[in-house]
Design a protein around this ligand. Structure first.
Ligand SMILES: NC(=O)c1ccc[n+]([C@@H]2O[C@H](COP(=O)([O-])OP(=O)(O)OC[C@H]3O[C@@H](n4cnc5c(N)ncnc54)[C@H](O)[C@@H]3O)[C@@H](O)[C@H]2O)c1
Length: 265
């Protein structure tokens, strides 16, 4: 659990949800953490929780779709903490659940700019900083990208989200092969349905469009997980901490599925 002691981690979308909990778990285990996000208020709450638990973390305001802001986020991290060892590409948005023929090209491109471009740009800008540090750790440096079960199996009315998350899975493998000689490991995590603000706000929006629809969606989601419940944020944060640590030193180019059995069926 302490094998991230002294490592520097940058977490995109780290203000809340899976990124926020991962920031807390990494800081608890001794990492120095830079949280990047668009949401300053929620980042402040996460930062305060980390600091009151004795951890070390900073916030940098950042839109993952913007390349210049990625360069600035990595520079902030290396200026503040002297390097970068772990990148968690976590920022992401859910897709519209409208029928395919009603989706707009602008909506498709917006989702790709965050879920796919954001991951590509994160890797691109982290690599030079990581190359300078990978020799320091038995497990080298680690890039972890949050994909989804929807990057492994399809979901009706989720074509853009599935395309983006499937893309994250294969970008991960391509990058892992390219970066193995530099001792930079690259892996993806595939959560099932996890109880986060993203999921709750999605269900709320459904309730607003048709009363009870959001609850039916959540009940249906539970029934698809053989373990009989949705995941919690720490279920993913523990997998993140493992992939960030030297305990996973021989793991690269693969996926960790954390889905209560959803995709085993
Ligand atoms: N919650 C789930 O059930 C679930 C399941 C599978 C995968 N995921 C993935 O996990 C990741 C985190 O999701 P979550 O449930 O914690 O969501 P969330 O909405 O609770 O948190 C996501 C964070 O990303 C930030 N973000 C969004 N767009 C951004 C941008 N352009 N630049 C910077 N930050 C941005 C948000 O402000 C937010 O703080 C996402 O990639 C999501 O697709 C979630």
């Amino acid at each position: 659990m302490n094998r991230v002691d002294g490592k520097v981690a940058l977490i995109s979308g780290g203000a809340r949800g899976l990124g926020g909990m991962s920031a807390r778990k990494l800081a608890e285990a001794g990492a120095k953490v830079v949280i990047t996000d668009l949401r300053e208020d929620e980042a402040a709450v996460t930062l305060a929780a980390i600091k009151s638990a004795g951890g070390d973390a900073k916030f940098f305001k950042h839109d993952v779709a913007d390349e210049a802001q990625w360069a600035a986020a990595v520079k902030f991290t290396t200026d503040t903490y002297g390097g970068l060892d772990v990148l968690l590409n976590n920022a992401g948005i859910g897709g519209s659940s409208r029928p395919l023929e009603e989706l707009s090209l602008d909506g498709w491109r917006h989702l790709m700019s965050i879920n796919l471009d954001g991951v590509f740009l994160g890797m691109k800008h982290a690599i030079p900083a990581m190359k300078a540090r990978a020799h320091l750790w038995p497990g080298g440096c680690s890039i972890i990208s949050i994909s989804s079960i929807m990057g492994l199996v399809g979901g009706a009315r989720q074509i853009a989200y599935c395309a983006s998350k499937g893309g994250v899975r294969l970008m991960t493998k391509a990058a892992a092969l390219e970066l193995a000689p530099a001792k930079i490991r690259v892996n993806s995590i595939h959560p099932g349905f996890i109880n986060t603000p993203l999921l709750r706000s999605g269900a709320e929006a459904m309730n607003n469009s048709a009363p009870g629809r959001g609850q039916r969606f959540l009940d249906d989601a539970v029934s698809r997980h053989p373990l009989g419940h949705l995941g919690e944020e720490q279920d993913i944060a523990h997998a993140v901490r493992f992939l960030a640590s030297d305990d996973s030193a021989f793991i690269t180019g693969t996926e960790i599925v954390v889905d209560g059995g959803y995709t085993a069926q």
